[in-house]
Design a protein around this ligand. Structure first.
Ligand code: NAG
Length: 316
């Protein structure tokens, strides 16, 4: 983007995403690895969306939220991986300023939406398990729609603010972004404006969209797990406990890596470590979430089996 107010300063209109370094063998290996991950992620998430939309039995709040999560994960991983795969394959790492800002906008909005949606999902389980008498009243179809809609709108509004402030920055120095996608912190490091405002903004947004949902989610799970531990029957208790603890683990990994990357100040030593952590929340979370939340679930497995029988005329 050329910026007429910059006067004599020349502005960069193109960046280079440095990605994972220069070793040619590593590029091919990473390409194959990420290609397999991308195909698996999109396939499982689309499968879950189709099941939730098509099957009448899965039209309960929990599954509608899971359907939303899968839709979200498909878009989320698609903001990062296809571009990364293309540049691993062709070696072309340049990205225009406008594409860079666009990528950041969609990635950031979807990440914020995911934080909110994970919170809503834990609230839904909290009501169902700790407050079952009030569940039907507090989770009507309308409430569900409001909650899900609120997550999407909130996420996209939040990131609109930070994207707007990025688009005001000017970039006049080196144009190599030491990352595999256009993210706030590596971009900010290249800007020649005063970074303090951006730093404060990023901190406040992380606080509101990361730390607060994380703590609330954690609280819901603590309530759920203490309730479960009070159930006397052992087999039912064990199953519920294993489901909840696996949810708690994936949620903590997602929020935890995001918190480290966005709330800790970046030093040079930390910067490579943060790149690895970024792979966790951009690439691995969308791959693992559907497995943990949906495909382990008995009802989803049953629906899948029925659907297979119906469409393929054979055992599945
Ligand atoms: C997302 O949630 C809304 C509201 O509960 C629901 O109507 C919609 O079908 C869900 N979308 C998917 C793909 O499951």
């Amino acid at each position: 983007m050329t910026n007429p107010e910059q006067g004599n300063q020349t502005s960069n209109t193109e960046f280079v995403l440095l990605g994972f370094g220069n070793l040619p063998e590593l590029q091919i290996l990473l390409f194959l690895l990420f290609l397999v991950i991308y195909i698996a992620t999109v396939t499982e998430n689309i499968l879950i969306m189709v099941l939730v939309v098509a099957d009448q039995h899965l039209q309960t709040p929990m599954y509608l939220f899971l359907g939303n999560l899968s839709c979200l994960e498909t878009c989320y991983t698609s903001t990062i991986l296809p571009r990364m795969l293309a540049s691993l394959l062709t070696g072309d790492r340049t990205i225009s300023f406008n594409w860079c800002v666009t990528q950041f906008y969609f990635f950031g909005s979807l990440a914020a939406t995911e934080c909110l949606l994970l919170l809503v999902m834990s609230y839904d389980r909290y009501l169902a398990i700790c407050n079952p008498l009030h569940y039907a009243a507090r989770m009507s179809g309308r409430d569900c729609l409001h909650l899900a809609g609120g997550c999407w709108i909130g996420g996209f509004l939040c990131c609109g603010i930070s994207t707007l402030s990025i688009s005001q920055l000017s970039f006049c120095g080196p144009n190599g972004i030491d990352h595999f996608f256009c993210d706030l912190i590596p971009l900010r490091k290249l800007s020649c404006n005063d970074p303090h405002l951006m730093e404060t903004l990023a901190f406040i947004l992380s606080l509101v969209f990361l730390l607060v949902p994380f703590l609330l989610t954690l609280m819901s799970y603590v309530c759920i797990i203490t309730t479960i531990l009070r159930i006397p029957s052992t087999p039912g208790r064990q199953k519920a406990f294993s489901t909840c603890s696996s949810h708690l683990i994936v949620v903590s990994i997602y929020y935890g890596t995001l918190l480290i990357v966005y709330m800790f100040p970046t030093t040079n030593i930390l910067s490579d470590f943060k790149k690895v952590l970024s792979v966790i929340y951009t690439v691995l979370t969308p791959l693992v979430n559907p497995l943990i939340y949906s495909l382990r679930n008995k009802e989803v497995q049953e629906t899948l089996r029925k659907a297979c029988r119906k469409f393929m005329f054979g055992p599945c």
